[in-house]
Design a protein around this ligand. Structure first.
Ligand code: XIL
Length: 377
């Protein structure tokens, strides 16, 4: 389950930075080289990026990333909108792009309560589907989609967000209709569709102790049934202050006892919002209000530095636990692409990533590089 590691190249790469003039740093730096012996590093690609319509983003992807994730194009509503209609074109392009750049290709997500068409949960008369019918649909979907990319998509988020924040099971249509079998059937089928693919459980707020315990219980019970769950993906939709490094660390350590740990969907929200929201419930939205859209003319230097420091701290932690972490994926390439421009409030100007709207690296990128250099020495 663990990767073999040879800890040499990154140190050499870093040593050269000292002698490179700062103007050249952007061209010289490559995150995937820096983390080569530690973990895959990557980003989620949107439709334009996956289908070759954003060459500047593709240059970043090629230079910096060793793994890619599909932001939306492999979700059920995108790839399988009608019972007999599959829309594979964007996903085919996405997979081809990953192969071209020799990247570890992730699939997201086979089973989720969001972005799944209504018909999935209904019978022909529009009444709630019965368990057998729902599981049959799930099986057919997974066999078709994971089967098509067998040997090409290297790891799948099989089930996404099955838990509430208190660690109990989310009362989704999946759970209400099929109970725990919706999980067991999903992992069993995914393994059948592609026996070699890594299979993950993925969720947000997994730093919360109750939810962490819930995830451990869930994954353990699947593994106890003989099902393959190779790792846990911690969505990294975090803030400038919260969660604490210690909270994140406790979950990384706890999850590593069950399998690989991945930080998926990393972005740091720097904007205020009307609640103490944490996590990423895509239904938890608010009306637009200019008072929460505070940096329309650019990110003030002070906040920019805070963001850089936050990323440095987070990556120092990841690097410390590089024997447990197999992948770190940003949820988007540049700030312009981030879903946080529209969530939890539509139409804001967000700054959560490490490349700006002009495809330039932000101070956070250099801060990550420096932090890792320090960790290594
Ligand atoms: C988001 C996408 O980024 C948006 O473009 C889309 O409108 C909604 O979904 N948790 C997940 C991701 O697992 O799939 C979600 O992605 C963000 C929260």
């Amino acid at each position: 389950m663990r990767k073999n590691r040879i800890l040499v190249a990154a140190g050499v790469a870093l040593a050269t930075f000292g002698s490179v003039a700062s103007t050249n740093l952007a061209e010289e730096t490559s995150l995937k080289k820096i983390f080569k012996d530690d973990f895959y590093i990557g980003a989620a690609l949107n439709h334009r990026q996956a289908t070759g319509q954003d060459p500047k983003a593709e240059a970043i992807i090629a230079q910096h990333f060793s793994t890619i994730s599909p932001e939306n194009l492999l979700k059920w509503e995108s790839v399988h909108p009608q019972p007999t209609t599959f829309n594979y074109k964007p996903a085919d392009a996405y997979v081809a792009l990953g192969k071209k750049h020799k990247q570890f290709i992730v699939g997201h997500a086979l089973v989720w309560h969001q972005q799944t068409p209504k018909w999935v949960f209904e019978d022909e008369a529009g009444q709630p589907a019965i368990k057998e019918q729902l599981l049959k649909r799930q099986t057919e979907h997974i066999m078709a989609v994971a089967g098509r990319y067998k040997g090409q998509i290297n790891g799948w988020d099989v089930v996404n967000e099955a838990l509430n924040d208190d660690g109990t099971m989310r009362q989704s249509k999946w759970y209400k209709i099929a109970g725990d079998d919706f999980l067991a059937n999903a992992y069993q089928t995914a393994q059948k569709a592609d026996p070699k693919a890594e299979l993950y459980y993925n969720d947000y707020n997994l730093w919360k102790p109750a939810k962490r315990d819930g995830a451990i219980k869930l994954v353990k019970s699947l593994q106890a049934k003989g099902l393959k769950v190779t790792g846990i993906g911690m969505q990294g939709h975090w803030g400038l202050e919260s969660p604490s490094i210690q909270q994140i660390e406790e979950s990384i350590v706890a999850f590593s006892k069950l399998g690989n740990v991945m930080i998926t969907e990393l972005d740091i929200d720097v904007l205020p919002n009307p609640s103490n929201r944490a996590g990423a419930d895509i239904d938890a939205t608010f009306e637009f209000d200019q008072k929460y859209n505070v940096y329309t003319n650019g990110l003030p230097n002070e906040v920019q530095q805070k963001l850089a420091k936050r990323y440095a701290d987070i990556f120092t932690l990841f690097h410390k636990h590089r024997d447990k972490i197999t992948r770190v994926t940003f949820w988007g390439v540049t700030d312009a692409d981030s879903w946080l421009n529209d969530w939890p409030i539509k139409g804001r100007t967000s700054y959560p990533l490490i490349f700006d709207r002009n495809y330039q690296p932000k101070p956070a990128l250099q801060a990550i590089v420096q932090a890792v250099k320090k960790e290594k020495s």
